[in-house]
Design a protein. Structure first.
Length: 104
């Protein structure tokens, strides 16, 4: 939900002639030549930046989900790990929105 829409690209398939035409555009980003086993190529992937960017993502909802996941992790750490495990028997190394790394 909280995607960075400014990083979107439109990928088109074309040949050398189309690549030459698209490279003149201000929206051209990159190209990738798709070679066959014998080393020749017929197709080229052409990455273009979009002409218009519709930023209609619900950022507030994405923030709420992120903050809620942090709250659930902290509740788990304090209400389960610190309550039922021997203090000093584990170390919290890393926590993300969907993972928790606990070491001995």
């Amino acid at each position: 939900m909280g995607e960075a829409v400014k990083r979107y690209t439109n990928t088109k398939l074309g040949n050398d002639k189309r690549l030459k035409r698209e490279m003149k555009s201000a929206h051209f980003k990159d190209c990738n030549i798709l070679t066959m086993e014998n080393g020749e190529h017929d197709l080229i992937e052409i990455d273009m930046r979009p002409k218009k960017i519709a930023d209609n993502k619900p950022i507030v909802l994405a923030k709420a989900i992120l903050q809620n996941s942090k709250l659930h992790f902290l509740k788990f750490v304090y209400e389960v790990l610190l309550k039922y495990f021997i203090p000093g028997s584990f170390v919290l190394n890393y926590a993300d929105t969907d993972s928790l790394c606990v070491c001995k």
